[in-house]
Design a protein. Structure first.
Length: 157
């Protein structure tokens, strides 16, 4: 039981780095055509969905595969817990990125913690660039210290 919980927690933590790598080298690399519309101002977008939403599948398919392989194979049972960890990270990502930062669903407003404000500053710095190149801050949960310092000094690039 504790081993399985450990696998889930390690997977959730590892997913932040997988997401960072994917964002920097895949979304801003070979699959920029999917991600590009996410960097356009909201008023330029048509409809609710973006091509960028296809990245849900990039993470959901491996998670679902882990669920299936881990459920149906005793030797690969640990994969079930990896799939759960990927799903938990996906839920965290959805709530922070789509609900909190981009307000695609109006479920809650600005949070009043230094951490939540630093996440907003880091993501704002990322979206300040609308091109494939030159972006900063590719992670979601791990925020550079400078975004905490900028809360008291005002945000400057």
């Amino acid at each position: 039981m504790l081993v399985n919980i450990g696998i889930i927690l390690i997977t959730v933590i590892a997913m932040e780095f997988v997401a960072w790598f994917t964002h920097k080298y895949v979304m801003h690399g070979v699959l920029w055509s999917w991600h590009e519309d996410h960097h356009k101002p909201h008023f330029e977008k048509e409809g609710f969905f973006e091509k960028n939403d296809l990245f849900f599948l990039v993470f959901a398919i491996p998670s679902a595969a882990c669920y299936m392989l881990g459920t149906f194979s005793a030797e690969l049972g640990y994969l079930l817990y990896i799939g759960i960890g990927i799903s938990i990270y996906g839920l965290i990502y959805f709530l922070i990125h789509d609900v909190y930062i981009h307000q695609r669903f109006k479920w809650f407003k600005q949070l009043d913690s230094r951490y939540s404000k630093a996440i907003l500053k880091a993501h704002g710095a990322h979206h300040a660039v609308q091109d494939k190149e030159g972006c900063v801050s590719f992670g979601l949960l791990v925020v550079d210290k400078k975004y905490f310092r900028k809360l008291t000094a005002g945000f400057k690039k």
